[in-house]
Design a protein around this ligand. Structure first.
Ligand SMILES: [Zn+2]
Length: 319
C-alpha cells in the first residue's frame, strides 16, 4: 500500500468513527417510545385542559379563518405543523368549488393514528370561521375550541403509545360554515361532504363511525346530541357520559342540526355530533355565537378536558 492510499484509508476510518459516534449520540437523545398500553387503560392527563386551551390560544392568533382567504391557508399550515409536532403525518386535501361568492379553494387537513386494522373511526371538527362577522372575529369556541381538544388528544395517544383496533382519522374540516344564513347543496359543509364522498365512492368499507365535535369550550358546557344522528352512537355517547363524572354532560336535543356529521349520515355512515348550542352572556342565551364576542377568554380548560374525556370514553366503547 502506498503512502497516499494509506492516508485515504485512515481518513475513511476517522469518518466512520465520527458517523458511529453521532449515531450513538442521536439515539441517546431521541425520546424513548413508551411501552404500549391498550385504549381501555388510556386516560387524558390531569393538565390536559390547560394544554388544550394553549393550542386554542395559539390557533386563534390566525383569525378570522374564512374559507378561501389567506388566513385559511395559514391556519391549514399551522395545523399541519402542529400535527407533525404530535408525531403524526399531516395530509392536506385541497380542491376548488363554485360557491355563492365565486370559486373558492378549500383544504381539509387530516392525519391517521394507525390501529391494528385500516377500518376507521373518524373524529372531526371544523377550523374555518363564519364569514362576514368582521375584523377580529376569533371563532374561539366555534372553530377554535375543538382544534385544541383534537390536537391534545392526538398528542397524548402518540406519547402514551395507545393501541387501538381501529385506525383513528383526525380531520380538521374546512368550509363548515355557510355563506349567509342557510345551508344548501353548495353552501356549507364543504369539507365534510368532500370526505364523506371519498368514503362513499372510493374508500368503500373502511369508515365505521364518525364523531364530530363543535363548540365545546363554553364555561357553562352542556353538550347536546341533535336528533339527526345515528341512534346507536347517540346511545354510546349517553352511556359514556353517564359512566364517568369526569366526562362532559350530554343531553338529547329535540332539534335537528346541520353540522359536519350530516353528510356522513346522509350517505349511511354512523355519525354523531356533540355540540353546545347555548353560548352567551346568560345560561340560555346564544349571543356570543357568530359574534365578535366569541373570544378565547370565554373558554374554560375544564370544559375542553371534559369533552376530550367524553370522546376518549366513546372511543373505548366503539373501538
Ligand atoms: Zn359557526
Amino acid at each position: 500500500m502506498n503512502k497516499k492510499k494509506k492516508m485515504i484509508c485512515k481518513e475513511k476510518l476517522v469518518l466512520l468513527f465520527i458517523v458511529l459516534v453521532s449515531l450513538m449520540l442521536c439515539s441517546a437523545c431521541m425520546p424513548k417510545k413508551a411501552a404500549p398500553i391498550p385504549l381501555s387503560k388510556f386516560q387524558l392527563s390531569e393538565d390536559s385542559g390547560v394544554a388544550m386551551l394553549k393550542h386554542v390560544e395559539e390557533f386563534v392568533k390566525i383569525s378570522p379563518r374564512d374559507s378561501g382567504t389567506i388566513n385559511a391557508g395559514k391556519a391549514g399550515q399551522w395545523l399541519s405543523k402542529e400535527i407533525k409536532k404530535c408525531g403524526l403525518v399531516p395530509k392536506a386535501d385541497t380542491w376548488i368549488e363554485q360557491t355563492k361568492i365565486g370559486r373558492i379553494a378549500f383544504s381539509n387537513i387530516y392525519a391517521d393514528y394507525p390501529g391494528e386494522t385500516s377500518k376507521t373511526i373518524l373524529i372531526g371538527c371544523h377550523y374555518d370561521t363564519k364569514s362576514g362577522i368582521g375584523e377580529g372575529f376569533q371563532g374561539a369556541n366555534d372553530g377554535g375550541s375543538t382544534v385544541g381538544v383534537m390536537l391534545e388528544l392526538m398528542r397524548q395517544l402518540v406519547e402514551k403509545n395507545v393501541q387501538t383496533k381501529h385506525t383513528i382519522r383526525f380531520v380538521f374540516f374546512d368550509g363548515e360554515e355557510c355563506i349567509g344564513e342557510s345551508y344548501s347543496a353548495h353552501n356549507g359543509l364543504h369539507g365534510s361532504t368532500r370526505m364523506a364522498n371519498y368514503y362513499f365512492n372510493e374508500a368503500k368499507g373502511i369508515l365505521e363511525n364518525v364523531i364530530i365535535i363543535d363548540m365545546v369550550g363554553d364555561k357553562d358546557l352542556v353538550l347536546e346530541i341533535p336528533r339527526n344522528v345515528t341512534p346507536h352512537l347517540a346511545k354510546q355517547a349517553m352511556i359514556a357520559a353517564m359512566e364517568n363524572k369526569e366526562a362532559a354532560r350530554v343531553s338529547l336535543a329535540s332539534t335537528y342540526c346541520i353540522d359536519d356529521h350530516w353528510p356522513f349520515v346522509e350517505r349511511g355512515f354512523p355519525a354523531i355530533d356533540l355540540i353546545d348550542y347555548t353560548y352567551g352572556s346568560t345560561p340560555n342565551s346564544h349571543d356570543y355565537w357568530h359574534s365578535l364576542e366569541d373570544t378565547v377568554d370565554k373558554l374554560s380548560p375544564d370544559s375542553l378536558k371534559k369533552t376530550g374525556v367524553l370522546v376518549v370514553d366513546i372511543l373505548k366503547l366503539i373501538d
